[in-house]
Write a protein that binds this ligand. Structure first.
Ligand code: UDX
Length: 439
């Protein structure tokens, strides 16, 4: 089939490349000509494991352009995968989605299905349909379908090629049949429903996962107070298949481009309809507090971070991505700097992006060892494998005070007990194991 994809961010580019892998001819459209030139030369503008390789394997079926008219005019299916960033009031900014809808209306010359992949508030597909139909330049049939994505950054290619489900929200059977044809080579259950239900499936899924994380974080906080161990608690809970063992990792809260935005957007939408989504509100509030957990913990050891050498390990919102959106470091590092700390930071791939926000006031290091050298305290924000496999004895060898405050529970407590350090993690006993007490 002839497919066009609007937007080449995580959603658009991964969708386009995976559809090309499944035999379709795909034209990816972006307004940024530098990005287009990069992709044409086989370079992915985003870091996503396996994406560039898959892109290069499918170059004969993949095209990149800024010329939306040429891409849309005779496409069978047009996917909209542009961003829906959060507005200051928590609602979703739909101007990019509507902009693409207008371009589609001005361009299409034959019947096509417009598929909304971007996460949009419930009811937006109806508005997109009205907008396109009211501005059509050529008298052609156009269908609008909702087809939310469920990909996670860092595993986006795998999540798309081996998706857990394909959700198709349509108002006409014909549009549903076209989408089934698009996905005919995918081995996944297909849920066909109306558009509003499909839009809701996406929000409800993300908000439920966010709620699960906030729940386990609250239980972890209570575990610390009463002396229980969150890892064992999560293990014991996870064996119940009704609960499941996924997304029960306690930490410093969720970040990224989806959970923070989608929880706020659904809460906002409910409020707009005079309904309070209390559980989602709780997930948001707990997460905001959780992000500050490490700084609060540091107060046990220091009244202030003024003049201290602070080592920050991990900058991104999770491992496997260079994305910093809603990363806890974005609120914590400014607080450390405000407090007067000398901040040194390490991340295997997030430094370039972090440097754009903090070009001067943070010293960036290219090894964990260099970051730890002479540090008074160390904060772990991202559970990179390099950290999980780091030799624990090095903390005391390199740091001035081996105090490690870990927001991602990277180490098991038995191993920590053999090292000479103070180790304070989430929802677990704090290990004070200094040969010579420095604090
Ligand atoms: C998420 C959803 O998983 C995906 O289905 C959706 O399409 C987009 O949003 P993503 O934001 O890429 O994907 O990352 P994810 O792996 O879900 O993690 C989100 C955040 O939650 C991260 O900050 C992560 O550290 C945190 N998290 C996740 C936890 O704190 N504990 C967990 O148990 C799981």
């Amino acid at each position: 089939m002839k497919i066009a994809v609007a937007g080449t961010g995580y959603v658009g580019l991964v969708t386009g490349v995976c559809l090309a892998e499944n035999g379709h001819s795909v034209t990816c459209v972006d307004i940024d000509d530098k990005k287009v030139a990069l992709m044409e030369s086989g370079i992915s503008p985003i870091y996503e494991p396996g994406l560039e390789e898959l892109m290069n394997n499918n170059m004969e079926r993949l095209h990149f352009t800024t010329d939306y008219q040429a891409a849309y005019k005779d496409a069978d299916v047009i996917f909209i995968g542009v961003g829906t960033p959060e507005k200051p009031d928590g609602s979703a900014n739909l101007s990019y989605v509507y902009g693409v809808a207008e371009q589609i209306a001005a361009s299409i010359e034959k019947e096509c299905v417009v598929v909304v992949k971007s996460t949009v508030p419930i009811g937006t597909n109806d508005k997109i349909e009205n907008l396109i139909k009211s501005q059509l330049k050529h008298d052609v049939n156009v269908y609008v379908a909702s087809n939310p994505e469920f990909l996670s950054q860092g595993t986006a290619v795998k999540d798309t090629l081996h998706t857990s489900r394909i959700v198709i929200g349509v108002e006409e059977e014909a549009a549903g049949e076209t989408l089934k044809e698009v996905y005919k080579n995918f081995d996944a259950p297909i849920v066909v429903t109306n558009r509003k239900s499909a839009e809701m499936i996406k929000y409800a899924s993300n908000d439920f996962l966010a709620l699960k994380i906030s729940f386990i974080n609250e239980i972890a906080n209570l575990c610390e107070i009463i002396g229980a161990d969150i890892e064992d608690v999560a293990l014991g809970m996870g064996y119940d298949v009704r609960i499941g063992n996924k997304f029960l990792n306690a930490g410093i809260g969720y970040g990224g481009s989806c959970f923070p935005k989608d929880t706020k957007a659904l809460h906002w939408l409910a409020n707009f309809h005079d309904y309070e989504l209390k559980t989602v509100k709780a997930a948001i509030d707990v997460n905001e507090n959780q992000k500050l957990k490490l700084i609060k913990k540091s107060r046990k050891y220091f009244d202030s971070l003024k003049g201290l050498n602070v080592a920050v390990l991990g900058l991104t919102f999770k491992p496997g991505t260079d994305d910093l959106r809603e990363a806890p470091t974005l609120v914590n590092i400014p607080l450390m700097l405000e407090d007067g700390a000398n901040v040194k930071a390490w991340d295997p791939i997030g430094i370039d992006n972090f440097r754009k926000v903090h070009p001067e006031d943070v010293t960036y290091c290219y090894s964990i060892e260099e970051t730890l050298k002479d540090a008074d305290v160390c904060f772990i924000f991202t559970e990179w494998d390099q950290l999980k496999h780091f030799d624990l004895t090095k903390y005391s060898k390199l740091m001035k005070n081996p105090i490690v405050i870990d927001g991602r529970n990277c180490y098991d407590l038995e191993s920590v007990k053999k090292a000479n350090m103070v180790y304070d993690s989430i929802g677990r006993e704090t290990i004070h194991n200094l040969e010579v007490s420095l604090i």
